[in-house]
Design a protein around this ligand. Structure first.
Ligand code: SF4
Length: 65
């Protein structure tokens, strides 16, 4: 599965990176970037946690790609 960050609403608090550093990286522009093309099944739970923790609801799963 793929995950994406909506840069229009991301405020760079980095909670996603704390929850799943293998998947999200906060860069100098204070935006979070997705590091992987496909989220490995073993990391799905961490990404779900990142989605829950994101104060801006900027992260979402991308279905059916
Ligand atoms: S937790 Fe949400 S608002 Fe914060 S950096 Fe990650 S995607 Fe952006």
């Amino acid at each position: 599965m793929k995950v994406e960050v909506n840069h229009d609403v991301c405020e760079g608090h980095g909670k996603c990176e704390m929850a799943a550093p293998e998947v999200f990286e906060l860069r100098d522009d204070d935006l979070s970037y997705v590091l992987v093309d496909e989220v490995a099944p073993a990391l799905k739970e961490k990404v779900d946690r990142a989605i829950r923790l994101c104060p801006r609801a900027a992260i979402r799963w991308v279905e059916g790609v």
